[in-house]
Design a protein around this ligand. Structure first.
Ligand code: NAD
Length: 287
C-alpha cells in the first residue's frame, strides 16, 4: 500500500479563503477587521522567517497586522508593559509573542500576561484548562491544525487508538486533549516511554512531535494507519524533514503528511482562525 499524501498546504489555502470571505463580510457590514500583533524579540533567523510568514498570511486575508520587533536587550518588564498596552488596544484581537525568547525573559510569565481572549497561540493555562474540560476557547494552533486537516480528509477519530509521541505544552499535550475530545483512546509517549515501537505499532493514528529526524521508523507503522508528522528538522544538507522516516512509512500508512507542506501551513491557518474567532468574541463584549 502506498499512502495518500495529506496536502496541508492545500487545506490551509481553503482555510485562508474562508477567513478572507469572513473579513470581506465584516467590511461590508462596516465592522472592524481582525487585528493581530506579533512581537519578535532578538534576531533569531528562524523566528524572523516565522514572523514574516505570519505577517504575509495576515495581509492575504485582509487582517490588520502589527509587527513589533525589539532588540535582544529588551527587558522582561518592557515586554510585560508592551503586552499590557496591547491587551487594552481595541484594534488588536490577538497577541503573539514569537518563541523562543532570550534567556533573561521568563516565557511562562509572558504567556500568562496575555489576556486569554487575545491569546491566539492558545498557550495560556486558562486556554489549556478550558481544552482539558472540553470547553475550548483559544485552541493551540498546531494541534488544532492537525484536527482541521484530519477532518478535511474525512478521517474518523472516534474510538481509534491514537499514539502521540511528544508531551510538550504546545504540541503533544494539547494534541492529546484534542484527540480525547473526539473520543479517541489516547497514548502519549515521551523520553521515559519504555517501548516506543510497540506503542506506535498499536496506533490507528500516529502523531509525531519530537524534533528528531527518523525517530519513528516505517516498520513500526501498523498497515493502514494514519501518520501525522509535526516535526520540523533541518538536516546538514539544509533540507527539512520530519520525525517519521517518510519513505518507509508511506509504504505502510493509508494517509501521511509530508514535511514540509503538511502540518506547518496548518499552524498558520489555525492562528488566523483563532484571530478571527477572537474578533468575533470582542464584537460581543464591546457592544
Ligand atoms: P519539545 O522539544 O518541547 O518536545 C519534544 C517532546 O519529544 C518531549 O516531550 C520529549 O519527551 C519527546 N521526546 C524526545 N525524544 C524522544 C524519544 N526518543 N522518544 C520519545 N519521545 C521523545 O518540542 P515541541 O515544541 O513539541 O516540537 C516538536 C517538533 O515539532 C519539533 O521538531 C518542532 O520544530 C516541531 N513543531 C512544528 C510545528 C509546525 O507547525 N509544524 C509547530 C510546533 C513544533
Amino acid at each position: 500500500m502506498t499512502a495518500q499524501i495529506i496536502d496541508g498546504k492545500a487545506v490551509s489555502i481553503q482555510c485562508l479563503e474562508r477567513i478572507a470571505q469572513e473579513v470581506a463580510k465584516r467590511k461590508e457590514n462596516h465592522q472592524r477587521v481582525p487585528g493581530l500583533a506579533v512581537i519578535l524579540i532578538g534576531d533569531n533567523p528562524a523566528s524572523q522567517v516565522y514572523v514574516r510568514n505570519k505577517k504575509n498570511a495576515c495581509e492575504k486575508v485582509g487582517f490588520y497586522s502589527l509587527s513589533i520587533e525589539k532588540p535582544a536587550s529588551f527587558t522582561e518588564d518592557e515586554l510585560l508593559t508592551l503586552i499590557d498596552e496591547l491587551n487594552e488596544n481595541p484594534e488588536i484581537d490577538g497577541i503573539l509573542v514569537q518563541l523562543p525568547l532570550p534567556d533573561h525573559i521568563d516565557g511562562q510569565k509572558v504567556i500568562e500576561r496575555i489576556r486569554p481572549d487575545k491569546d491566539v497561540d492558545g498557550f495560556h493555562p486558562y486556554n489549556i484548562g478550558r481544552l482539558a474540560v472540553k470547553m475550548p476557547l483559544m485552541r493551540p494552533c498546531t494541534p488544532k491544525g492537525v484536527m482541521t486537516m484530519l477532518d478535511a480528509y474525512g478521517i474518523d477519530i472516534k474510538g481509534k487508538n491514537v499514539t502521540i509521541i511528544g508531551q510538550s505544552n504546545i504540541v503533544g499535550r494539547p494534541q492529546a486533549l484534542e484527540m480525547l475530545m473526539k473520543r479517541a483512546t489516547v497514548t502519549i509517549c515521551h523520553t521515559a516511554t519504555r517501548d516506543l515501537a510497540e506503542e506506535v505499532s498499536r496506533a490507528d493514528i500516529v502523531v509525531a512531535a519530537v524534533g528528531r529526524p527518523a525517530c519513528i521508523q516505517g516498520a513500526w507503522i501498523k498497515p493502514g494507519a494514519v501518520v501525522i508528522d509535526v516535526g520540523i528538522n533541518r538536516l546538514e544538507n539544509g533540507c527539512l524533514c520530519g520525525d517519521v522516516d517518510f519513505e518507509t512509512a508511506k509504504e505502510r500508512a493509508s494517509y501521511i503528511t509530508p514535511v514540509p507542506g503538511g502540518v506547518g501551513p496548518m499552524t498558520i491557518a489555525s492562528l488566523l482562525e483563532n484571530t478571527l474567532e477572537a474578533a468575533q468574541l470582542h464584537d460581543k463584549t464591546s457592544n
